[in-house]
Design a protein around this ligand. Structure first.
Ligand code: HEC
Ligand code: HEC
Length: 249
């Protein structure tokens, strides 16, 4: 009996489709396996840490809380900055949220580090993650570690890393481009650290260094002010930050 050529074509297509389906299935299985493997590794490493707490540990690094309060809030950076290891037991969620949003004593003594106002800079979700992390005693979380500062590659390279590590980037934007809202301040945004206007006003290294060291209180919370970094950053780190800022267009 003579076969209809159309049926042959249909059969060939069917065989092809089965092949393709099998290939996709194998690929998908393969992919899922790899994803699973990765997932298993990280979930074992942080088995006992709630995801919200883990996120808080990352926020703590991202917003440079660790640079002032020490790794895992253990203190030891400056006598003016308290450890945070016990404060989670002493203060309520509402109190901790208020301190992070509004800062503490921002204008009491301009010669010392003060707790910055973060409300306009850190999202509500991230503040609640930070509070969750502080409330459980700031446990160590894998990979929640500050970016390393490259050594022996020159001050501008070190300064670029410090710009992230010290959290300048959260307030002044990537590459110092600015644009971060500060709604109740006169300028409505936190200033950029690049461009002709900045270079004109800050035309010597010393002016930039002095400003970072002293900070600048421009109003009460919820206005965000420039934190005081004297006693937190070394003179070398200040010079490195300045070298980096001078590379910005
Ligand atoms: C520039 C340094 C600096 C940075 C950055 C900083 N803090 Fe603080 N923080 C302080 C100082 C100084 C105090 C003490 C203020 C006071 O008692 O007047 C403080 C106090 C606190 C307190 C209250 C502690 C207590 O015992 O009452 C909490 C909570 C806190 N900071 C959380 C944070 C979190 C979370 C971050 C990151 C989003 C952060 N801080 C970033 C300097 C800093
Ligand atoms: C919590 C937000 C915040 C963080 C973090 C922060 N700044 Fe600022 N910074 C400000 C604000 C607000 C001003 C404006 C102060 C003023 O107008 O007097 C400012 C001003 C400055 C200025 C002067 C610019 C100008 O045009 O007035 C320099 C330089 C500067 N910051 C550098 C830094 C560096 C370097 C870091 C990191 C070590 C940093 N800032 C971290 C908020 C921040």
């Amino acid at each position: 009996m003579k076969r209809d050529p159309l049926i042959l074509v249909a059969l060939a297509v069917a065989v092809l489709l089965v092949g393709v389906a099998a290939a996709i299935g194998w690929g998908a299985g393969h992919y899922t396996n790899r994803v699973k493997t990765v997932g298993t590794v990280s979930s074992t490493a942080s088995a006992s840490v709630d995801p919200k707490v883990a996120a808080g540990a990352h926020d703590f690094v991202q917003f440079a809380c660790a640079e002032c309060h020490g790794v895992s809030g253990q203190g030891g950076v400056s006598p003016d900055v308290p450890a945070l290891t016990e404060v989670g037991k002493a203060l309520t969620v509402a109190q901790l949220t208020h301190i992070i949003d509004h800062g503490l004593g921002e204008s009491a003594n301009p010669t010392k580090p003060y707790m910055p106002v973060w409300g306009a800079v850190i999202s509500k979700r991230q503040v609640s993650e930070l509070v969750a992390y502080i409330r459980v005693g700031l446990p160590s979380v894998p990979d929640a570690t500050p970016v390393a500062v490259p050594q022996n590659q020159g001050p501008a390279v070190a300064g670029a890393a410090l710009y992230v590590r010290d959290g300048c980037i959260n307030c002044h934007g990537p590459n110092g481009l600015g644009g971060v809202p500060n709604p109740l301040s006169p300028d409505k945004t936190i200033p950029s650290l690049s461009g002709a206007g900045f270079r004109e006003e800050f035309n010597t290294d010393k002016k930039i260094e002095d400003f970072i060291r002293s900070g600048s209180v421009i109003g009460r919370a919820p206005i965000v002010s420039m934190p005081h970094w004297g006693g937190i950053l070394s003179d070398t780190q200040l010079r490195e930050l300045v070298a980096y800022l001078k590379t910005l267009k």
